[in-house]
Design a protein around this ligand. Structure first.
Ligand code: SF4
Length: 452
């Protein structure tokens, strides 16, 4: 933790002290914010909904791309202007000098997942209340997501060293949570009404590698701390379970039978990043696309409804026209149903910045548009193929634009990032209901239907 040398005296709040939270970045950062909020509430602090009502503001930052760093610095500036008392945590907190140069008035800076340090900083600057009402905190913790889905973080850090990524520098090597802790947390979330678990980490398929897949006991049975046993345990809870950020190791094949049995949601989020062998080599990622295509074909043979989500980078240094064509062929042939695409950015301190043959900005832009067009065709073909089917849809919210309308998602869609299903229902629904919907129409991404 880095404090400013002349930190002001702690604020003595006459009423219950209130902390405002600004949470930026990915779902992993959101989970960190939830943990911090849970700790704050457990100690009796209140969470303020706006700057004006807060005694101090915590900004949980993202530092992955330069654009995210800029957004984080802007958010810190806004919080200082609106409130004046600001503590910064999260990925960008790993570079306190950057923050303090831009915003010398920041009270304290702590790095990613340093929960103790964040709480120390809060205690220093805002005295905790005397009688915390521990029982105000639900057993499942406090969450920033709606009641019916929850992110489940299984590990921190990453052992890979992708050349464009500074996450291992920011968050360190892989540290897995023991499997019985993860499964117990999942069980509590389900007991609290969660219908969909979203498993997240930096590298979900590496889960347990750092602790040699240590066996633990949960519900009287032995589970090793590894990806397959995690899937087995979560699959026994009877809710939708999505696997995010799965690195394409061969053992991922092992969870396909659990999807075929209906225990795990037929959805895999695998950030392939590219498909051309020379680009993957420069990225320091595994790269035998023929094998990957054969494996995906096998997965789809066994689980025909499988949806694959991925992320890609276009315009990586050295990417030729031929490499880019290989990438387009891959997303068409592998039928990557959902994809995020980023134009390569030089992230400060990333190794890839030193590579030769950087791609000009206009060419990156052109490739990005061509990628998005090709991917929209794959997505539209999948959407059109759903028309006439009856699908399970989890309801997220009422559709304000359409009386009797609801917005939900099929098993092929994760919240926030994927498509939605607009459904009409004669009876009232609520968030978290899972209904059977007849699909009557589709556009490039979204589906339309009626509750069956
Ligand atoms: S696997 Fe993900 S988090 Fe790990 S180094 Fe590669 S891009 Fe970064």
């Amino acid at each position: 933790m880095t404090d400013t040398p002349l930190a002001p005296a702690p604020i003595r709040a006459a009423k219950t002290p209130k902390v405002g939270i600004v949470s930026l970045g990915c779902p992993k950062a959101l989970v960190d914010s939830e943990r911090i909020i849970t700790r704050l509430r457990a100690e009796g602090y209140q969470i303020a909904p706006d700057y004006a009502g807060a005694d101090l503001v915590l900004v949980n930052t993202c530092g992955f791309l330069d654009s995210a760093r800029d957004e984080s610095l802007a958010a810190i500036g806004e919080a200082i202007e609106a409130n004046g008392k600001v503590i910064v945590t999260g990925c960008l907190g790993a570079e306190p000098d950057v923050i303090q140069r831009a915003h010398p008035k920041v009270l304290a800076v702590t790095g990613p997942h340093q929960y103790e340090a964040v709480m120390d900083a809060v205690h220093t600057h805002l005295t905790p209340p005397h009688n915390p009402h521990l029982d105000l905190v639900p057993e499942s913790g406090l969450r920033l997501t709606p009641r019916h889905y929850a992110y489940l973080k299984i590990s921190e850090g990453c052992n890979n060293r992708c050349s464009f990524c500074i996450i291992p520098k920011l968050r360190g090597d892989l540290v897995s949570r023991p499997i019985h802790h993860v499964l117990t947390e999942a069980e509590k979330l389900v007991a609290a009404g969660v219908m969909e678990l979203l498993v997240i980490s930096q590298d979900t398929s590496a889960y347990g590698l750092d602790i040699r897949y240590k066996p633990e006991t949960w519900r009287g049975a032995e589970y090793e701390t590894r990806f397959l046993d995690l899937a087995r345990g979560l699959g026994s809870l009877g809710v939708w379970t999505r696997m995010h950020y799965v690195y394409p190791y061969p053992h991922v094949d092992n969870i396909i039978p659990l999807m075929a049995e209906g225990l795990i949601t037929p959805y895999l989020d695998i950030p392939f990043q590219h498909a051309s062998a020379p680009v993957l080599k420069a990225m320091k990622r595994p790269g035998n696309q023929d094998k990957v295509l054969a494996r995906i074909a096998n997965w789809r043979r066994d689980v025909p409804d499988l949806a694959i989500r991925s992320t890609f980078i276009v315009g990586f240094p050295g990417e030729t026209d031929q490499d880019f064509d290989i990438l387009l062929d891959f997303i068409r042939e592998a039928k990557i149903d959902r994809a995020g695409c980023f134009q390569y950015e030089n992230v400060a301190h990333a190794e890839s910045g030193k590579l030769d043959n950087h791609v000009p900005a206009e060419l990156k832009e052109e490739r990005w548009h061509r990628f998005m067009e090709a991917q929209a065709e794959v997505s539209a073909a999948r959407a059109a193929a759903q028309v006439g089917k009856t699908l399970d849809v989890i309801i997220d919210e009422a559709d304000d634009q359409t009386p009797g309308g609801w917005i939900g998602r099929s098993k092929a869609d994760a919240p926030e990032v994927d498509a939605v299903v607009y459904v009409a229902s004669k009876s009232a629904l609520k968030s978290g209901d899972i209904v059977r919907a007849r699909i009557t129409g589709a556009d490039d991404y979204d589906l339309y239907g009626d509750v069956a």
